[in-house]
Design a protein around this ligand. Structure first.
Ligand SMILES: Nc1nc2c(ncn2[C@@H]2O[C@H](COP(=O)(O)OP(=O)(O)OP(=O)(O)O)[C@@H](O)[C@H]2O)c(=O)[nH]1
Ligand SMILES: [Mg+2]
Length: 625
């Protein structure tokens, strides 16, 4: 499969990011080119996980994808079918805890279940516990195949929104979407989820994960906001006055969250319940956790309510989770404003070493970072959210199948604290149909879902050249007069290959399922069950060499932004796996993305990559964007 000398080139690539592409490109010009850059090399733990998965796949032999997912992490604990369901919810995913059936949501191994319920409290002893699935997701990053059917997710959400309004006011809907997924396929479905007899008080659409996208020019956030507004208009949400605002945030790095809290407190105070809605994986639980550690919740809530389970695997949350919202009295708003003013005057140097460390950690993760503090908190609590949402999504630290220890004593809300409380609810995501993630195994999902700031990769292609994004997407440049620029915006862990029309089919045939194209993984057997790539012809007219004309979105695997000479007509053919959606996004999300590049790598179609620096809001050093 590999040419002689490949190992040496890979080593060189680690030493100097661009060398592999350069040397290999020079050697095999007119054949396929593989672009390996230092920043695209998997992290050691991911690589270890990948090899472990590959070895396991190999040992296991042929199996249907769905079975394979289940087999990856078979539940180790024993069930006891005689014990009735508990009526207590898992604090990570919301499913009802039970020990009857290891294949159903909310399962806790029977031994563990008994140890938690044998005290005087009975089943109440389960409060604060998590199911085995949440435990495996959080501690081992393993996904049990315990997803609800897509229709059930929708029913849970719809039933919650149709509950009679409690405080004489309908709920506020906080619809969260992943900006990388624009146009969000679930956004137009919101009206159908609502009951005309329980009118919502308003809809706030929040574009999440902005930390992943580099600023392609000044004002890029303003443009992203416009794209978000346009998506809302297309989804018919401007009609009827339901939509009140659109905002951009990063639930993971905190960017925009203080602004969101202020907006919520200003407009809704504490008049009704708030529901976090959205497609699976849009980041609802990550936002729930961030708000739980902000000025938005009652000061004791973080001591009583556990963090929701967060994972890159779609369909993590299975039922409602909630925390009580604080009443933003005049005094509280005043104290909060004072804190925000004080914090905005600080420079990075004035932060504590702990804060600095945490900030630097976030700056490595994303391009946009925000500091989320707490004004109303108990003395012993920490002033900042200090957790990595991917690694420490909740705090249960024992193995539910083996430990008999009870979790540490939990605090409870008093009657007065909850009797008139308004709640913020996390909800199960609405499943995206035609999404490539639905076809992938858990290891593959981890490579495809971008977790760190995306570094754009730009190539200059002539007609007759082909670009592969792993084995999940392909773009052929069929006809045009001049070369055009193709910028890949996708997880840094997915490889990009450049080939020619005459070699492309053979390349895919030979390497799909193998390490060379990386995803899917599992060799020929895996590819037997994986849908073939299907083509769609696209014609575009260039608008200039600095501004892109369109994004070709290859389902949820990422997209390719095309920049071409003005008036230049291009005929392209783009491919995604059968059953997944290919979208041509015009205008593109980041029209100037091709400018984020270094010098051309001699003898290849690639440019060196550039990673713009991260920006921190609420700090004196933050540039005004
Ligand atoms: N970079 C980045 N990643 C995020 C952000 N928000 C969430 N994620 C990641 O996206 C993945 C899904 O996050 P969740 O919070 O579990 O998403 P969800 O909407 O609750 O998903 P379901 O429960 O499946 O509906 C996780 O890997 C998160 O770490 C964000 O603002 N930026
Ligand atoms: Mg969730």
């Amino acid at each position: 499969m590999h040419r002689p000398g490949w190992a040496l080139l890979a080593r060189l690539a680690r030493a100097r990011p661009w060398v592999a592409a350069q040397r290999r490109g020079a050697a095999v010009r007119d054949e396929e080119e593989r672009f390996v850059f230092l920043e695209y090399e998997p992290q050691p733990e991911l690589e270890a996980a990948r090899s472990e998965a590959a070895a396991a796949e190999h040992r296991r032999g042929p199996a249907a994808g769905r079975e394979r997912r289940a087999a990856v992490a078979a539940p180790p604990g024993r069930p006891d079918p005689a014990v009735p369901p508990s009526g207590v919810s898992c604090s990570g995913c919301g499913a009802e805890l039970q020990c009857r059936d290891g294949g159903e949501p909310g399962f806790v191994p029977a031994d563990k279940y008994r140890s938690l319920t044998e005290g005087p409290e009975g089943v109440a002893g389960l409060r604060g516990a998590v199911c085995q699935r949440c435990w495996l997701l959080a501690h081992h990053g393993r996904a049990l195949r315990l997803q609800l059917p897509p229709e059930q997710h929708r029913q849970v959400v719809s039933a919650a929104l149709r509950r009679p309004s409690r405080h004489g006011r309908g709920p506020l809907l906080l619809y969260l979407l992943d900006v990388l997924e624009l146009p969000d396929p679930v956004l137009p479905q919101i009206p159908a989820l609502l009951d005309p007899d329980v009118p919502a008080a308003g809809l706030l659409v929040v574009g999440n994960k902005v930390d992943l996208l580099p600023a392609d020019s000044a004002g890029h956030l303003g443009r992203l906001r416009q794209r978000l507004e346009a998506a809302c208009v297309r989804a018919g949400l401007r009609r009827g006055g339901l939509l009140v605002d659109v905002r951009l945030v990063s639930a993971k790095t905190g960017f925009g969250l203080e602004g969101l809290v202020s907006r919520l407190q200003r407009s809704w105070k504490c008049t009704g319940d708030v529901y976090l809605l959205g497609a699976t994986n849009s980041g609802k639980s990550t936002l729930f956790n961030a708000l739980l550690h902000s000025d938005y919740c009652k000061s004791r809530a973080p001591d009583v309510v556990n963090r929701a389970t967060v994972s890159p695997w779609p369909g993590t949350t299975l039922n409602l989770l909630k925390f009580p919202i604080i009443n933003p009295t005049c005094d509280r708003i005043f104290r909060r404003q004072e804190r925000l003013k004080e914090e905005a005057l600080k420079t990075e140097d004035q932060l504590s070493s702990e804060e600095k460390r945490y900030l630097n950690h976030l700056k490595k993760q994303g391009y946009l970072v925000g500091r989320v503090g707490r004004t109303f908190q108990r003395q012993n609590s920490s002033p900042l959210i200090e957790f990595d949402p991917d690694m420490l999504s909740y705090s249960i630290d024992e193995d539910p199948s083996h430990s008999h220890r009870k979790p540490k004593e939990r605090e409870e809300f008093t009657y007065n604290e909850v009797k008139d409380a308004r709640w913020c609810f996390d909800t199960p995501g609405i499943v995206k149909e035609n999404c490539v993630l639905n076809l992938l195994t858990e290891k593959e999902v981890k490579l495809v879902m971008p977790t760190k700031a995306i570094i754009p990769r730009t190539f200059i292609l002539k007609p007759g050249m082909v670009l592969f994004l792993a084995a999940l997407g392909r773009v052929d440049y069929l006809q045009g007069e001049k070369p055009a620029w193709f910028s890949v915006v996708a997880s840094n862990l997915l490889p990009v290959h450049i080939s020619t029309l005459s070699n492309a089919d053979a390349l895919y045939e030979k390497h799909a399922g193998q390490e060379f194209l990386k995803v899917p993984m599992g060799g020929k057997e895996r590819m037997k069950e994986f849908p073939p790539l299907v083509p769609q012809d696209i014609t575009l007219k260039g608008v200039g060499t600095t501004e892109a004309v369109a994004d070709i979105k290859l389902s949820s695997a990422g997209w390719v932004t095309v920049t071409a000479h003005q008036e230049e007509e291009l005929l392209l053919r783009a491919y995604t796996p059968r059953g997944t959606e290919l979208v041509v996004r015009e205008p593109p999300l980041l029209p100037y993305i091709s400018s984020i590049r270094g010098a051309r790598i001699a003898g290849t179609a690639a440019y060196r990559t550039k990673k713009p620096p991260a920006l921190v809001e609420n700090l004196k050093t933050m540039e005004n964007k």
